[in-house]
Design a protein around this ligand. Structure first.
Ligand SMILES: CCCCCc1ccc(-c2ccc(S(=O)(=O)CCO)cc2)cc1[C@H]1C[C@H]1c1ccccn1
Length: 240
């Protein structure tokens, strides 16, 4: 797949998105506000408008005990799990399987009154990254979703307004080995998750409606998704 038409775009967007996800909220620049907090989860956004539309970048950090970054990315990337955790999803189609770690999705999301229904077409790429800060530590894992085009599915033809998004899920596993040299269990691992997203709603939608939707939906999504991964993995061998 290294020669695939999207390969060079994927390479550059993944590098850019991972660098962004690694930037601590303190160095992200001014204007970031904490808008949701729940236990270890902290969700920040910055109010930004493009052509009068709210496209507020979002950055969430969360630490979840008992799971690894590979497991989080596996369940986020895999189409076979998505209906289990993505509550706003109405229809999902895999348009292209570029390689085992790169898919092209078309998704329609449930209509959110008073805005019209949305769909989104994006490539999704999952990748393991070397742990640069700790060479002996576990690798990082990431999934990057980026809007793209497909000749058979032009935007805004049917009832749906096409949205445009860039999403990065970056996961860092932490292992605290048991003192007595006992084998590792899920009690000895946790995952630091950084979720970044920028969603352009496509057609016009009132900024107040969009911001209310994001404020409600993003915390719900991250809590539900991580709980899903904990539940799916609890009786399975640890996937590093
Ligand atoms: C008037 C509302 C316009 C926007 C509606 C909409 C569409 C897609 C999306 C979206 C699409 C993909 C992703 S993902 O991270 O790539 C995972 C794969 O599904 C994430 C979020 C979001 C929203 C906004 C509901 C808001 C919302 C926020 C988090 C979750 C669900 N819904």
């Amino acid at each position: 797949a290294c020669q695939h038409r999207l390969w060079s775009e994927i390479e550059s967007v993944v590098k850019q998105q991972v660098a962004w996800a690694r930037t601590g909220i303190g160095e992200c620049g001014v204007g970031w506000q904490l808008f949701a907090e729940d236990g270890e989860m902290r969700m920040y956004r910055r109010e930004e408008e493009v052509d009068g539309m709210a496209v507020d970048p979002l950055k969430a950090v969360h630490t979840v005990p008992g799971i690894t970054g590979h497991e989080v990315c596996h369940y986020f990337f895999g189409p076979q799990y998505r209906y289990d955790w993505e509550t706003t999803l109405e229809q999902m189609t895999v348009l292209e399987t570029i390689s085992e770690d790169t898919l092209v999705f078309l998704q329609t999301h449930k209509r959110i009154w008073p805005a019209s229904q949305r769909d989104v077409l994006f490539w999704s790429h999952m990748r393991k990254l070397p742990n640069e800060s700790d060479r002996d530590g576990p690798d990082l894992w990431t999934v990057v979703n980026n809007s793209t085009h497909h000749p058979d599915y032009p935007p805004n033809v049917g009832k749906c307004v096409r949205i445009y998004l860039k999403v990065c899920l970056l996961c860092q596993t932490r292992v605290d080995p048991p003192k007595d040299g006992a084998p590792l269990t899920r009690d000895n691992i946790s995952c630091k998750i950084t979720y970044c997203s920028v969603v352009n709603p496509g057609g016009w939608a009132p900024a107040s409606v969009l911001r209310a939707v994001y404020k409600r939906e993003y915390p719900k999504f991250l809590k539900r998704f991580t709980a899903y991964v904990v539940n799916q993995t609890k009786n399975k061998p640890i996937m590093f």
